[in-house]
Design a protein around this ligand. Structure first.
Ligand code: GCU
Length: 418
């Protein structure tokens, strides 16, 4: 970010969040089925060959930073440990290390994978990054303690005392019992979650790919995390018990923003689930309800590229909005979820994004949101079809209720086994 831009940005006066629907100023959303030059997107072929690449480029250049490629010769996977009798023999745990810059030992990502023993192989899987380390996702003493001491969430509190501490968000047994694998990894292994001007994590690996990308559009941290998710999928492709063609990428909150961007970029993700992802995720930016482009860029400047900050105070000039991020996942199944008390994430804005992606899903021959109306549904009443949505009663969280819906959704909409 240039000094000038930073100065402007940090001087911008902080505003109280708006939680009043009556205060949402009227806005016009960009039409996903109209090209930037005004020409219509009339056929599936137009979408796939022209509009989809145009939108993907816009989201990269203007918001998250352009997704870097990968030098596969520098990727390596190593199975570190296996426990064939996890969860009383119901599952096999594997810990697999992904080296991003082999033969260098760092940066690396440790993937914890639970594979159901009884289910017919290969099994479909959910892949999600976790916030505090693999050992916080379940109390099983077998799981290695994530040894990252650089992360924002693990500095000073990264030991045995945190084992299983977030297990409610990762209901392994519920998922295994339904015949799915669950793969998870600590997000700050990919890129620590603080602003260090792109020095740490995987950022140095992007230098070669970014030679021709303007500085204002280079991969920010959400792009780095999404890139890491694709490398985790590369790894899952090498595990015979997992059906890599049936992997749903899931994320909560900042990692829900990440799962949408990962799914938009990497068509190998068979389904995408965004839980309470809010501003910069599923919520429409133009509504300015709850968290805004201004507040998110002030608090988390490293999540988005410098170009995005130039839209603070002029969201109507953004050439994109978040319904088009969801449209980039079409025709694959997508689930957007909100929580009733999570007004910061703007549940209505999250629903409207899902709703407004429908035209693209229908152009591609799917049922889209299945005829659900523009009005958000009642709480605890999932709606939709290949685009699905619910607003759970309660706070910002990834809960058992949410998982129950995702499992039903995966049963119905993930591609069937070949
Ligand atoms: C903050 C941030 C949100 C984000 C959330 C999270 O509340 O403002 O944008 O989704 O953290 O990731 O938990």
């Amino acid at each position: 970010m240039t000094k000038l831009l930073r100065g402007f940005f940090f001087c911008a006066a902080a505003q109280e969040p708006n939680y009043d629907e009556a205060e949402v100023v009227s806005y016009t959303l960009p039409d996903p089925l109209v090209m930037s030059d005004g020409s219509p997107v009339a056929t599936a072929e137009d979408w796939t060959a022209k509009r989809r690449p145009e939108l993907l480029e816009l989201f990269g250049r203007e918001m998250y930073g352009v997704m870097p490629g990968v030098d596969r010769s520098r990727l390596a996977f190593e199975t570190l440990r296996t426990d064939p009798v996890a969860f009383d023999g119901k599952a096999t745990f594997k810990e697999v290390r992904i080296y991003f810059d082999a033969p260098n030992p760092a940066p690396k990502l440790d993937l914890l994978i639970a594979i159901p023993n009884k289910a017919e192989k290969p099994v479909p899987a959910f892949l999600l990054l976790n916030f505090q380390g693999n050992h916080t996702t379940d109390s099983d003493p077998w799981i290695s303690i994530s040894d990252n001491t650089e992360g924002n969430h693990t500095r000073g509190v990264n030991g045995e005392e945190r084992r299983g501490y977030k297990k409610d968000r990762y209901p392994f047994e519920m998922i295994i019992d339904r015949g799915y694998a669950l793969a998870t990894a600590y997000y700050e292994d990919i890129d620590p979650d603080f602003d260090d001007q792109r020095q740490n994590g995987v950022h140095p690996l992007f230098a070669e790919f970014e030679k021709n990308v303007p500085e204002e559009s280079r991969a920010a941290t959400i792009t780095a995390w999404a890139w890491g998710l694709s490398r985790a999928l590369d790894c899952l492709e090498t595990i015979p018990e997992i059906d890599a063609a049936r992997v749903a990428v899931v994320g909560h909150s900042r990692l829900g923003k990440t799962s949408l961007w990962a799914g938009a970029n990497d068509p190998r993700f068979a389904a995408v689930i965004s839980n309470d992802s809010g501003c910069g995720g599923a919520a429409l930016t133009r509504r300015n309800f709850g968290e805004t482009i201004e507040t998110i860029n002030r608090t988390f400047p490293h999540w988005f590229c410098p170009k995005y900050k130039t839209y603070v105070g002029r969201t109507e000039e953004l050439p994109i909005d978040q319904h088009e991020l969801i449209a980039l996942i079409a025709p694959r199944p997508v689930y957007v979820a909100s929580a009733s008390e999570d007004l910061w994430a703007d549940p209505t804005g999250e629903y409207l994004s899902a709703y407004n992606a429908d035209s693209v899903y229908r152009l591609l021959g799917t049922e889209g949101i299945g005829g659900a109306p523009a009005e958000p549904p009642e709480v605890d009443t999932p709606v939709g079809a290949v685009i699905h949505y619910h607003r759970r009663t309660g706070k910002h969280n990834l809960s058992e209720y949410d998982w129950a819906q995702y499992l039903d959704f995966a049963d119905e909409y993930l591609p069937k086994k070949n």
